[in-house]
Design a protein around this ligand. Structure first.
Ligand code: C2O
Length: 587
């Protein structure tokens, strides 16, 4: 196994899009940041040099970090953030995982500009893929572009200003020609292809707020992996991907040579009374020699403005206007449900049969008064802050200067507001009844909500079954639930309220998919199992940034096992320490 080394220089750079210059916090001056390519079994070293004004951590999304929780990169949970002008070196091994993962900053909102691919190839080379060997592999990162200062947007949200929106969606950093400024379209991401060749697209949703549908006109995808785990080949013309998820898909360039739009459409579940902007973006899949100019007309158009259009009309070749795919409706949640239900593990999944702990976790929203106590039923509206909850508790980030992992490791007391995550909601409820939405948010809170640093302890090796239940209050957003340090086996999902009496029979105990992020169906539920066998302090949260920032999160503490090699070793050298500049270490 080799060792792969990178230096990540985090700094602010000027970017100009849509007629406006923005200061963006990025790695090595790039957006998306550098892709890390490894072979399974490699060790990875990343030196993070923080030249930005923000506190930063980098999380290796989906990397199991076996006995290496110290490198998981969650501020105040596993480490103090890397403060401005500090450095920290992350070291980890990538073992037993193949496919596409990614890395991102784990401080509120900043992952919108601090992210990149982490691609794990098999030890024995590309010929050992369990699918036809691709001719080329291409990361496709779907993200959003913000002109608003991200740290400021996060603070606004934490103080109860609900919505801040991105200005555009992007594919590999390009806004696409739907977006323009004074008539000059933005660049499209262009994938150049050769007729007959096979491309492995490694698709990542790095956006803060939107689940996306991805289509390429005239082409089909064969999905072969998700979250760095192989799935049974599944052929589809549309991919649904939620924030935090990855999908590996083969595309064969088997259409008549030409130019085809690759469209990413945010799937916005119906918002009852609100209008949100639509941020469709498009790239172009372009067959080699399908246009006389190497740069393609999209580039010409942006270089020369409108005059170019006439020439394109007259060109007569098929290359000018790319073929557009027909997209699902923007409010269609069923296509996503169908896509996610169709994924199964390529192999037989080792599903643990005996369950030690069961949690039924209701994902919802509540409100608290600005001054702490609940404003449920009758609290003054101006004084309430909306919070997102798991079983009616909203996660409070530890505010001291000792991260939870360090306190756990040293057995040094605990955080004041630490509280056990309840294993069920406070009272039964019709969670997905549509009618509820008309009664407005305050009727939806199960009970007065509150904030606490919610944790749940598991003994080493415990088999945990969790059902995530979505609620009517969540019907306008998606809930991709992400667990650090462990993969989850997705046993089943369904619409409506989970009913153990009939739904347990639907569990797939043969070849369920293995994921690090579980998209809980809109107005539905998802049931998972995982084995708590990685000692440490692990974050579990919704990857929809709005929910995470508002507290839809908890911490799972996995106790050490009986032996040295099932116990968490000491922290690495040069672990960040508090350097006394800043009281709020989260932004
Ligand atoms: Cu990709 Cu805790 O996140």
């Amino acid at each position: 196994a080799a060792s792969v080394e990178h230096t990540f220089m985090v700094s602010q750079v000027k970017m100009t899009h849509l007629c406006k210059e923005t200061l963006a916090t990025v790695v090595n001056g790039q957006l998306p940041g550098p892709a890390i390519y490894v072979t399974e079994g490699d060790s990875v070293t990343v030196h993070v040099v923080n030249k930005s004004p923000h506190n930063i951590t980098i999380h290796w999304h989906g990397v199991k970090q076996w006995l290496n929780c110290w490198a998981d990169g969650v501020p105040m949970i596993t480490q103090l953030p890397i403060q401005p002008n500090q450095n920290f070196t992350y070291r980890f091994n990538v073992i037993g995982q193949e496919g596409t993962l990614w890395w991102h900053a784990h401080v509120p909102f900043l992952r919108a500009s601090l992210h990149g691919a982490l691609i794990i190839r098999p030890r024995n080379g590309a010929s050992s893929y369990p699918f036809p060997k691709p001719d080329r592999e291409v990361p496709i990162i779907i993200a959003d572009y913000w002109q608003l200062d991200l740290a400021q947007a996060a603070r606004r949200m934490m103080h109860g200003f609900l919505y801040s929106f991105a200005n555009a969606s992007t594919i590999n950093g390009k806004l696409g020609d739907i977006f323009n400024c004074s008539g000059v379209p933005e660049d499209n991401y262009v994938l150049d292809v050769v007729p007959g060749k096979t491309y492995l697209l490694r698709i990542i949703n790095a956006a803060l707020f939107a689940e996306f549908y991805l289509k390429i006109a005239g082409h089909k995808f064969t999905v072969v992996g998700a979250d760095a785990s192989y799935v049974s080949p599944y052929t589809t013309d549309v991919i649904a991907i939620a924030p935090g998820e990855t999908v590996d898909a083969l595309v064969v360039a088997d259409a008549p040579p030409g130019r085809y739009y690759m469209v990413a459409l945010p799937n916005q579940a119906p918002l009852p009374d609100q209008q949100t902007p639509e941020y469709t973006t498009r790239g172009i899949m372009q067959y080699r020699n399908s246009h006389s100019s190497a740069d393609g007309p999209a580039r010409l158009r942006s270089d020369h403005g409108v005059e170019e259009e006439e020439e394109e009309e007259d060109d007569g070749s098929f290359g000018d206007v790319p073929v557009a795919p027909e997209m699902p409706d923007i409010h269609d949640t069923f296509t996503s449900y169908y896509f996610h239900s169709n994924l199964t593990n390529l192999y037989k999944t080792m599903v643990p049969q005996h369950v030690d702990e069961r949690l039924y976790i209701v994902l919802s929203m509540g409100s608290i008064c600005k001054h702490g106590q609940s404003c449920w039923r009758g609290g003054g509206h101006n004084e309430t802050i909306l919070i997102a909850t798991m079983n009616n508790v909203s996660f409070q980030h530890p505010t001291g200067k000792t991260p939870l992992l360090e306190a756990h490791y040293n057995h040094t007391g605990s955080v004041d507001v630490m509280q056990e995550l309840p294993d069920r909601p406070p009272r039964p409820f019709n969670f997905t009844d549509h009618a509820l939405i008309t009664d407005g948010p305050k009727e939806m809170a199960l009970e007065p909500s509150h904030k606490a640093t919610v944790v749940r302890r598991f003994r080493y090796g415990a088999v945990v079954e969790m059902v995530f239940q979505s609620t009517a209050l969540m019907q306008s957003d998606s809930n991709p639930m992400h667990l650090h340090g462990h993969n989850m086996i997705l046993l089943a999902q369904g619409l409506g309220n989970f009913d153990a009496a009939k739904d347990v029979a639907k569990y797939n105990l043969v070849n369920p998919p293995v994921r690090n992020t579980i998209l809980v169906p809109n107005l539905g539920w998802a049931a998972i199992r995982f084995v708590a066998n990685n000692p440490g302090v692990w974050f579990i949260h919704c990857h929809f940034e709005f929910h995470l920032t508002m507290g839809m999160a908890a911490v799972f503490i996995v106790e050490d096992g009986p032996t040295m090699d099932t116990s968490l070793p000491p922290p690495p050298a040069n672990f960040p320490t508090y350097c006394g500049h800043d009281d709020n270490l989260l932004s």
